[in-house]
Design a protein around this ligand. Structure first.
Ligand code: HEM
Length: 448
C-alpha cells in the first residue's frame, strides 16, 4: 500500500526529515512493505522482519547499498562498506583476521587503557556532555587499535598521526553524514566556512591515514615482512588471499578509512545512550555497578571478564534494540525483485525499517519500555528474529565483536568508578542522521 499524506513534489520526504523516528513508528503497522514517495520517486519501506532478513541474506546479491554509496565512495574510498560483488567478498576475506577473536582480545587492553584514561579526566565534578566524550573515547580506542600502540613496537610517528586523525575525524564524520544523506552537488564547492573546514579536515584525514599506512608498510618491509604489532593496520598489511596476493596500500588506506568511519559514531552513540539510560535509573545503575565490582574487584577489565557480566550485556542488548545506531538502512534493487509479494522494479530505492522492527509489540510487549530482563526470556530466539542491530548476511557488521568489547569494557570501567547522574532540567533528544545518537547528554560523574 502507499502511505497516505504525501505532499506534492516532496512526497513523504518532509515527514521523514522532520520527525524520522515518529514517522517510522507510525507507518510500521501498515504492512510488511509500504510505498512512500521521496520527491518524485517511489521508495519501498520494508517493515516485516522476514522480508528484511531475506533482503539482507538470501536476496543480498540482488541489491547494492543504494543511492548514497557513490557519494560516500567519493569521500572515503572503496572499502568493504561500499564495495560489492567479488571485490566485497575478497575484501571481507582479507579483513576477517583483523577482527577475529584473537585480535579483538588484544584490542581489549587498548580499550581498557582508553576508558581508564578518559575516566581520569572526569573527577572534577563539572558537567560533561557524554555524547561528545563518548565520541572522543570511541574514536581514540579505534585509532589506537588500528595502530596497535598498546603493545611494544609503536612507531614514533604514531603519536602525531593519532592526534591528527582524532581532530580531523570528528569534522569529517559530521560532514560525511550531511553529504551522504543530501548530496549537495555544486553547493559542496561553495567556499563557506563549513565547507572549507570540512575540506581541510578531509584532506588532513586522508593524508594522516596515508602516512600511517606508509610508515607501517616501511617498518614491515624493514622487518622482513613480519606480522607487526597485532594492531588492525599491521594485520591488514600482512593479510594475503588464497592466491598469495595481499592488499595494495590504497586498498588498506580505504579499509582503514571505512573502519574509522563505520566504527566511531555507532559505538559512541550506543555508549552515550547507555549512560543516559543508566543516569535515569539509579537502581539499574547500582545493579550494574555491583556486578562490575564482584567480577573486577577493583581491577581493570580484561577480555575474559566481559563474558561474566550478564546484566551489563542485557542492558547493552536493550540499548541496541531501542536505539539501533543503524536505524534505517538503504538498499537499491539491481534487478526486478519481489518483496513480501510486492513486485519491485530495477533501481528502486528500498529502505529497511530497523527502528520499527525493534519495537514490534508481538516480539517485545510494551515495546517502548526499557527492560533488560526481556532478554532473560526462555526462548530469546523469538526476540532475535526481530533484532538487527548489526545487520545480517554478507554485509553484517564486521566489527560486531570489536563493538561489543569496546562498549562492555568502557561500561565496566565507568560503572566501577562512577555514578552518572543527569543534570536537572536537561532534555536529551534523539538525532537520527547517518546514525541514531542522542546528541548532547549533559551528565555529572560522581566518583564512587
Ligand atoms: C554499536 C556499534 C555498531 C553498530 C550498531 C554497527 C552496525 C552496523 C551495521 C548495521 C552494518 C551493516 C550495514 C549494511 O548492511 O549496510 C555494519 C557494517 C559495518 N561495520 Fe559496524 N556497527 C558498529 C560498530 C562497528 C565497529 C566498532 C566497526 C569497526 C571497528 C565497524 C565496522 C563496520 C564495517 C567495516 C561495516 C561494513 C561491512 C560490510 O559491508 O561488509 N562497525 N555495522
Amino acid at each position: 500500500m502507499t502511505i497516505p499524506g504525501a505532499w506534492p513534489l516532496l512526497g513523504h520526504a518532509g515527514s521523514l526529515l522532520r520527525d524520522p523516528l515518529g514517522f517510522l513508528e507510525s507507518v510500521y503497522a501498515l504492512g510488511d512493505v509500504v510505498l512512500l514517495r521521496l520527491g518524485p520517486k517511489p521508495a519501498y519501506l520494508v517493515n516485516g522482519s522476514e522480508p528484511l532478513r531475506r533482503i539482507l541474506v538470501a536476496d543480498a546479491p540482488y541489491y547494492d547499498k543504494g543511492f548514497q554509496i557513490n557519494a560516500l565512495r567519493a569521500l572515503i574510498g572503496d572499502g568493504i562498506g561500499t564495495s560489492v560483488g567479488p571485490k566485497h567478498r575478497r575484501q571481507r576475506r582479507l579483513m576477517r583476521p583483523a577482527f577475529d577473536h584473537a585480535h579483538v582480545r588484544g584490542y581489549v587492553d587498548i580499550m581498557a587503557q582508553c576508558a581508564t584514561a578518559g575516566a581520569d579526566t572526569w573527577r572534577d565534578g563539572r558537567t560533561i556532555d557524554a555524547g561528545r566524550e563518548m565520541r572522543r573515547l570511541a574514536m581514540t580506542a579505534i585509532i589506537l587499535a588500528v595502530l596497535g600502540v598498546a603493545q611494544d613496537g609503536a612507531l614514533p610517528s604514531d603519536a602525531a598521526v593519532q592526534a591528527e586523525v582524532l581532530t580531523s575525524l570528528s569534522v569529517v564524520l559530521a560532514g560525511v553524514g550531511r553529504r551522504a544523506i543530501l548530496p549537495l552537488g555544486r553547493l559542496e564547492h561553495t567556499p563557506t566556512p563549513g565547507n572549507l573546514r570540512f575540506n581541510r579536515a578531509h584532506v588532513a584525514l586522508h593524508s594522516a591515514v596515508d602516512r600511517m599506512v606508509a610508515d607501517h608498510r616501511a617498518q614491515r618491509n624493514g622487518d622482513g615482512g613480519s606480522a607487526g604489532n597485532g594492531g588492525l593496520l599491521d594485520t591488514l598489511l600482512a593479510a594475503v588471499d588464497e592466491d598469495g596476493t595481499g592488499m595494495s596500500d590504497q586498498q588498506v588506506h580505504d579499509e582503514v578509512m571505512t573502519v574509522l568511519l563505520a566504527g566511531s559514531e555507532t559505538s559512541a552513540g550506543t555508549l552515550a545512550w547507555l549512560l543516559h539510560i543508566l543516569s535515569g535509573d539509579l537502581d539499574l545503575q547500582r545493579a550494574v555497578q555491583q556486578e562490575a565490582d564482584t567480577v573486577l574487584a577493583g581491577r581493570t577489565p580484561q577480555v575474559d571478564d566481559l563474558g561474566s557480566l550478564p546484566l551489563a550485556r542485557r542492558v547493552v542488548s536493550e540499548v541496541l534494540r531501542l536505539y539501533p545506531a543503524s536505524w534505517l538502512l538503504g538498499r537499491r534493487s539491481l534487478q526486478e525483485v519481489e518483496i513480501a509479494g510486492v513486485p519491485v522494479p530495477t533501481r528502486a530505492q528500498v529502505l529497511l525499517n530497523f527502528y520499527g522492527v525493534h519495537r514490534d509489540p508481538q516480539a517485545y510487549p510494551d515495546p517502548n519500555r526499557f527492560d533488560p530482563d526481556r532478554w532473560l526470556a526462555p526462548d530469546p530466539e523469538v526476540l532475535r528474529a526481530y533484532y538487527f542491530p548489526f545487520g545480517m548476511g554478507p554485509h553484517v557488521c564486521v566489527g560486531e565483536g570489536f563493538a561489543w568489547s569496546l562498549i562492555m569494557t568502557t561500561l565496566a570501567v565507568i560503572a566501577s568508578q562512577y555514578t552518572v547522574k543527569p543534570v536537572p532540567g536537561s532534555v536529551v533528544r534523539p538525532v537520527a542522521r547517518t546514525t541514531l545518537h542522542p546528541g548532547v547528554v549533559p551528565l555529572t560523574f560522581e566518583p564512587r
